[in-house]
Design a protein around this ligand. Structure first.
Ligand code: PMV
Length: 338
């Protein structure tokens, strides 16, 4: 059996998902919508091998390859996904998986999104489930079962919605507009590339302990069509105002969970203030959003990207920036990692 390699992008959600309706099927509590990112990708190669054990090697930016063992908590979802797809394919063969990220992991840049989308893609192909891979809706459902909701959206390029649904069939991703639709930019400002203390998997389970969760979910139901229409109609101010409020609403839930999760740091606050001042003083439209991490995603129009990057580089909290445009979704590439 030959090798297969998939490259999958991370994405940044404009309406985010925090909290689950079902922890086994990984159904989110609310519909969510994102833009895929051109410079934050995971590349994963897989090949079926002889022998009783799977071999999984992963490498994050600036680190060496490490071989994961199936008993480590971090690797559990990966090995479970291998077992699931192997069972689905009715093919009792082990697999060698090698994967590398070109951006810092676990720092609020959705490394699980690109990682699990790439993993599921190579597994479907290497185990011969081509029809499930080609049918993107089905591919996205298979990705969801990995345990990462954001990964579901990385199946497609451009602007992508994920339906919360109420069961396995009804919860999947759909492309709203492709990567050529709108020249938006996401400048990721890295203020802290360390591993976050509370993973999003743990966070989703704690969300229901926040007294603010119900109000937030009701709010996302109102905001989702506003954000979707703003993307379709390329209405940047409406999108920006909604995405900034949405990020703060999710972080309010995070901070009021039990135990609380404070992902923002001084650098995050400094960037939020800087971007608000830029709007107020210079009339330049840019907006901030944060996933489960301290690093800021500054969303702007391409014409303003150089100004924003320059501003970020002058901020003493910012260690580096990553420039992203809307990108294609998970796709096969010919350069294998082994
Ligand atoms: O992809 P997960 O299941 O690890 O959850 C991601 C949650 C956020 O990134 C915080 C929000 C989102 O919708 O991307």
């Amino acid at each position: 059996m030959s090798k297969v390699t998939i490259q999958a992008p991370a994405n940044i959600a404009f309406i985010k998902y925090w909290g689950r309706l079902d922890h086994k099927l990984f159904l989110p509590l609310n519909n969510n919508i994102s833009m895929t990112l051109s410079s934050c990708t995971t590349t994963t190669t897989a090949e079926l091998i002889n022998g009783p054990s799977n071999m999984v090697e992963v490498k994050f930016l600036g680190k060496e390859y490490t071989q994961l063992t199936s008993d480590s908590i971090n690797a559990r979802n990966i090995f479970d996904q291998i077992t699931r797809i192997k069972t689905l394919a009715k093919l009792d063969r082990s697999v060698h998986v090698k994967s590398e990220n070109n951006f810092p992991a676990d720092a609020g840049i959705a490394s699980s999104a690109s990682g699990f989308a790439a993993l599921t893609g190579v597994l479907l192909l290497v185990y011969g489930l081509h029809a499930l891979y080609e049918d993107k809706k089905e591919f996205s459902r298979q990705v969801r079962l990995c345990g990462s909701g954001s990964a579901v959206r990385s199946v497609y390029g451009g602007f992508v919605e994920m339906f919360a649904g109420h069961d396995h069939e009804s919860s999947y991703a759909n492309q709203v507009a492709d990567e050529h639709h709108w020249d938006l930019v996401d400048i990721v400002a890295i203020v802290n590339a360390d591993k976050k203390k509370i993973s999003s998997s743990e966070g989703h389970e704690l969300a229901e302990t926040s007294p603010l969760l119900t109000a937030r979910i009701e709010h996302t139901k109102k905001q989702f069509p506003i954000v979707r229409d703003a993307i379709v109609n390329k209405d940047f101010q409406t999108l920006g105002e909604a995405l900034e409020l949405e990020s703060t609403s999710m972080h309010a839930v995070m901070m009021t969970q039990n135990p609380p999760a404070f992902y923002w740091g001084p650098g995050s606050i400094s960037i939020m203030n800087q971007i608000r001042e830029l709007r107020e003083q210079k009339g330049i439209l840019a907006y901030t959003t944060f996933d489960a991490g301290a690093n800021a995603h500054v969303i702007c129009q391409k014409k303003d990207a150089a100004t924003i990057e320059h501003l970020m580089q002058k901020n003493p909290f910012v260690k580096s920036t990553i420039y992203n445009e809307p990108a294609p979704g998970a796709h096969e590439v010919s350069n294998h990692l082994f």
